[in-house]
Design a binder for this molecule. Structure first.
Ligand code: 13P
Ligand code: SF4
Length: 373
């Protein structure tokens, strides 16, 4: 580095300087910046991150594990390689003097965007008209894949957050307190969880936020134990039960494992259903020589297949079409190098800061989850 090198100056370097870097060049800059930052920064990565990002992580995990890691790290900066709602959780659960950075602010989650505060408040208002006292009859449960203000809504209304790992215990918790659950934004996780608890399908009504009263009659709302918000994951909706049946025809002794964001038929036909961490642990612990069909994002599946091949395990992706999460993919080595190098130069780019009034109520709902399950 010399005196004219922008890396030696305290000026913000624009992304355009990094966009043209090859992955190898970006990697070298990442390594150099991390060496300068040392223990001041911890890099957390979700399992859907591409390899060229994932390999730099200090810790990897599913959303529950990453939330716990963010709450327990001492690092001054948490560089979050995941999507926006995960970085928000990290900000809410970390200490005020810590800063969470999301390398690309466009890394959102299309499922999380299917619910927003305006629509959820309108839903609650409409439920008030129908059930008169929703706060005593319904527990709002938000999947962690949601914006911070929806977690705050749950905190305020006696509700809670859940993840794909703990959804069954959270639904139990919710239904022992009040007779009904309003579950948002993923109808599939809610339906699968309710189904496993033995709740009949006709007692799980879909609430369409774009229709008056969710498109339901008063009788249907009264009859429902779980109101399922009409949201879904665009990646997991690609997996279909035919993919499983076709594969089983050739691998009758094989095992199928899926994420609970898949539809009910796919979950029902799977041998195991669980979070990304659960999927990795289950396949990794299986006997050598076993065959697996996996229904979740492609980066995870490819990495697992490569890792377990030497053990004689064959791991296949469930869909014939490529299903990567386009928003997780926004985090690339170039954005990582850009944010890390600026950070090493004293410039904090892309900090995620949930407003205090919102964070406090969201923390209530998150803490209920983290302390109970
Ligand atoms: P996990 O919590 O299982 O990692 O899932 C997060 C997610 O967004 C899956 O699409
Ligand atoms: Fe959101 Fe689906 Fe991507 Fe998960 S895979 S982050 S639910 S869009």
């Amino acid at each position: 580095m010399n005196n004219t090198d922008p890396r030696a100056m305290n000026t913000v370097q624009g992304f355009e300087l990094f966009a043209a870097l090859s992955d190898e060049q970006a990697e070298a800059r990442i390594i150099e910046a991390r060496a300068r930052l040392g223990k001041r920064v911890v890099l957390l990565a979700h399992h859907y991150q591409r390899d060229s990002v994932y390999r730099h992580a200090d810790f990897t995990g599913d959303s529950l594990k990453l939330a716990r890691l963010a709450a327990s790290t001492d690092a001054e900066f948490i560089l979050f390689c995941g999507v926006h709602f995960m970085a928000e959780v990290a900000d809410i659960m970390s200490r005020p003097e810590q800063t969470v950075i999301l390398p690309d602010l466009a890394a959102g989650c299309s499922m999380a965007d299917m619910a927003n505060l305006e629509k959820v408040e309108r839903c609650w208002f409409e439920l008030t008209n129908t059930l008169s006292t929703p706060d005593t009859r319904i527990t709002p449960v938000t999947y962690i894949n949601s914006a911070a203000d929806l977690k705050a809504f749950c905190g305020e209304h006696g509700g809670i957050v859940c993840t794909s790992t703990n959804a069954p215990s959270i639904i139990d918790w919710a239904l022992t307190r009040r007779e009904k659950v309003l579950f948002f934004p993923d109808q599939h996780l809610g339906r699968w969880t309710g189904y496993k608890k033995g709740i009949p399908l006709d007692q799980m009504a879909v609430w369409d936020p774009d229709l008056e009263n969710g498109g339901l009659t008063t009788k249907e709302i009264e009859h429902a134990r779980i109101l399922l918000w009409k949201g879904h994951c665009s990646v997991h909706q690609m997996f279909q039960v035919e993919h499983i049946r076709n594969w089983r025809a050739h691998h009758p002794d094989g095992f199928v494992i899926s994420h609970p964001e898949c539809n009910l038929d796919v979950c029902r036909e799977s041998d195991h259903v669980g979070s990304t961490e659960f999927i990795i642990e289950t396949v990794a612990a299986a006997p050598s020589g076993t065959h697996w069909l996996v229904g979740t994002e492609l980066n995870l599946v490819n990495r697992l297949a490569e890792r377990l091949e030497p053990q004689g395990k064959v791991v296949k992706f469930m869909s014939p079409t490529v299903c990567m999460c386009p928003t997780m993919m926004r985090i690339d080595p170039q954005h990582l190098a850009w944010t890390l190098e600026n950070l090493a130069n004293g410039n904090v780019l892309n900090p995620i800061r949930v407003p205090a009034y919102e964070a406090e109520r969201a923390r209530t709902a998150l803490t209920r989850m983290l302390e109970t399950f």
